[in-house]
Write a protein that binds this ligand. Structure first.
Ligand code: PEP
Ligand code: MN
Length: 337
């Protein structure tokens, strides 16, 4: 349930109402972008109904919405949120392509990748410094050294960086070097990490868990929003299904559903979504058509030599082709590359 206060309600009156609600064990969450008049109410629904809030003298409107997420909801925040990633607006008119290797492997590799993706029209650089690998024996990333290499490539090629954080204890290594923190699929329900990245004040690219529902994704976003951090970008990156021909099943339903139910920007990752480089282009075009705000794409200067995710990584030439082939779809969607 949401309530909207009458215009002209004084601070003292608002405080009185909020403490009345607190006394009933209800939590009122301020929803931004509504002139401080809108609140999402969290508490037992039976209690909410018995309170007769529609007749409360300070309340203009009661909106009955049973969704458990409040700050992420479009119900009282109809306009799209635009999140700035190092000065690049995500969620606005531009269709934002963020590209780069799965992992930062060397200075030469990240520099070549950054040069290639910048030349082809990507607006931000991705690359993992800390890698969440299924096997502890696989390449785990170069950690803080990789963050330094990313920062250098960022400056040289004019692209803000998006890179994954696995442990809140590493936050200080990221600060000042990244445009946004990525929370990966495996950590989507790591609530301690979500609270910490929320408190960091940095924008967060939050990837859907391998078997998380869209509601669970929005509740994960809510952990970050609850820390006063409005800079949340969601990513559909494919989910586990019975299908094994592709690495994951890219759930485009989720993108269309999310665009209706949340004001947060939604990106699509067709690289992890399919696991196959040859399917990245078709699914990238589908992402534009279904209303995504941009893409996360893996690009490696030499995919066959990549230390992780080479099979789904595009070569610089293939990425330049993807960008060319994307353009008419982006135009048709009324967006700008
Ligand atoms: C990645 O972006 O390289 C990554 C590990 O993604 P995900 O968390 O979606 O698996
Ligand atoms: Mn990867």
């Amino acid at each position: 349930m949401f309530i909207v206060l009458k215009p002209g309600v004084s601070d003292a009156e608002r405080e009185r109402l909020l403490s009345e609600l607190r006394a009933q064990d209800l939590t009122a969450l301020a929803v931004t972008g509504n002139g401080e008049r809108a609140y999402g109410l969290v508490g037992p629904s039976s209690l909410l109904e018995t309170l007769a809030l529609d007749r409360h003298p300070l309340i203009e409107e009661v909106i009955r919405d049973s969704a458990p997420y409040k700050r992420a909801s479009r119900a009282l925040h109809p306009e799209d949120t635009v999140v700035s990633v190092g000065g690049i607006p995500v969620g606005g008119e531009r269709f934002v392509v963020i590209a780069g290797p799965c992992a930062v492997e060397s200075a030469a590799q990240i520099d070549a990748a950054a040069a290639a993706v910048a030349a082809a029209g990507a607006l931000a650089l991705r690359g993992g410094a800390y890698k969440p690998r299924t096997s502890p024996y696989s390449f785990q990333g170069h950690g803080p050294d990789a963050l330094s290499l990313l920062a250098a490539a960022s400056v040289r090629h004019g692209l803000p960086v998006v890179t994954e954080i696995l442990d809140a204890a590493d936050l200080e290594h990221f600060r000042g070097r990244v445009g946004a923190l990525q929370v990966g699929a495996r950590n989507m329900q790591n609530y301690t990490l979500l609270r910490a990245v929320g408190r960091s004040g940095l924008p967060v690219v939050l990837k859907r868990g391998l078997s998380a529902t869209v509601e669970e994704l929005l509740l994960a976003a809510e952990y970050i929003l609850n820390e006063g951090n409005d800079g949340v970008i969601l990513v559909e990156r494919g989910i586990r299904t019975f299908e094994t021909a592709t690495r994951n099943t890219l759930d485009l339903n989720a993108v269309a559903w999310l665009k209706r139910h949340t004001h947060l920007p939604v990106l699509v990752d067709p690289s992890h979504g399919t696991g196959l480089a040859e399917l990245v282009g078709p699914l990238a075009r589908a992402a534009v058509a279904v209303g995504a705000d941009g893409l996360l794409v893996e690009v490696h200067p030499a995919p066959a030599e990549a230390l992780s995710d080479g099979r789904q990584s595009l070569s610089p030439d293939a990425f330049a082709r993807l960008m060319r082939e994307l353009r008419p779809f982006v135009d048709a969607a009324g967006r700008r590359l």
